[in-house]
Design a protein around this ligand. Structure first.
Ligand code: BTN
Length: 328
């Protein structure tokens, strides 16, 4: 992406608090200073604020707090700047939009990002509450050409990688509740939903959906979620830079995906899983269909199944189900 607005933004971000002269920007873009000013007006209409000082030039005073495509592109690492990102102000579900894009033959990989969703979906057909103003709703679309059996640990690996990113980015200690929930201090701030189309012996395409509660205050949550959910801003006690976080997540998801497909993730996986596993050693209840199992969680096996040790002491494996933590 090399629009004049993007070039201006990168120049100003690169100079941090220093001014960049209108002449230098005009020279860089091969246009007049009036042309530069017109492109800066376009940036202003997206929520950017600049200071313009005679004989010094321009500098950034404020960047948009909302998800902004130019900001995310500017923060992406050079290697990732060519990633195909589809930006939507609103959609029903980024996973559903990803499916429509696949049906329309959009080349993979690509990412669908939306500021809000009207029908965000979660596991077991649940609704993922998806208001506007400051959350992340993203679907990453890949064609891994792997056998379906290889995919059993995919969401777990992505979740552990994302916990690691959040831990470093936000300086908190999140946890992963098998198989797809991101937690901090007993409350959920994120969820993952992986959906795949499978041909006879190969994954045809894979949609990895990620929803993160980032900046909205807890008051914005519906009553049904108020006691279970949280946001990263609440966890850290301050607003989180959504655009920088989104760029970091796009980078991490792509690199984690590549490691997974090559099989290079294996050594790191056990280590990351053990670091972020929220359940190990805890008393849990697993619901699987009409079955209910109580016991102590004991990590996962090589296929990513959850191990639960019941009263008889023998571990049982579960490849699916919903876990609740028993209160101590
Ligand atoms: C869960 O915890 O049940 C999974 C929630 C996944 C929500 C994300 S938001 C982006 C993507 N689009 C959807 O409709 N769902 C996923």
């Amino acid at each position: 992406m090399k629009s004049p607005e993007f070039t201006i933004l990168c120049e100003l971000l690169d100079h941090g608090p220093d001014y960049v002269s209108g002449t230098a920007l005009a020279h860089k873009l091969g246009m007049s200073r009036v042309g530069v000013w017109m492109h800066m007006e376009k940036l202003r209409s997206q929520g950017f604020e600049f200071e313009a000082v005679r004989n010094h030039g321009y500098r950034i005073l404020r960047t948009p707090a909302e998800l902004n495509s130019l900001m995310v592109h500017a923060y992406l690492k050079p290697r990732q700047q060519s990633v195909d990102l589809l930006w939507l102000t609103e959609t029903d579900s980024t996973n559903a939009e990803a499916e429509r894009q696949l049906a329309a033959a959009r080349p993979t990989p690509f990412v669908v990002l939306a500021q809000q969703q009207s029908l965000g979906r979660g596991r077991f057909g649940r609704v993922w509450h998806s208001p506007g103003h400051g959350n992340l709703y993203a679907s990453f679309v890949f064609r891994p050409r792997l056998e379906p059996a290889r995919m059993t640990t995919f969401t777990l690996w992505m979740g552990a990688s994302l916990c690691d990113l959040v831990a470093n980015f936000c300086r908190i200690q999140p946890g992963l509740k098998w198989p797809n929930d991101l937690y901090f201090e007993g409350r959920k701030f994120g969820g993952m939903l992986t959906e795949a189309r499978i041909d006879a012996d190969q994954i045809r395409d894979l949609v990895f959906g990620l929803g993160l509660n980032v900046n909205p205050s807890p008051d914005a949550l519906p009553e049904s979620l108020a006691r279970q959910a949280t946001s990263l801003a609440t966890c850290t006690g301050k607003p989180v830079d959504l655009n920088r976080l989104t760029a970091a997540i796009v980078g991490r998801v792509f690199s984690a995906y590549e490691q997974f497909v090559d099989g290079r993730h294996r050594d790191a996986f056990a280590d990351l899983w053990n670091r972020y596993d929220l359940l190990r050693g805890k008393a849990v209840t697993l619901l699987h269909g009409t079955r209910r199992v109580n016991g102590i969680a004991g990590g996962i096996d090589d296929e990513g199944s959850l191990l639960i040790r019941g009263e008889n002491g023998r571990p049982q494996r579960f490849s699916a189900g919903e876990v609740t933590l028993e209160r101590a």
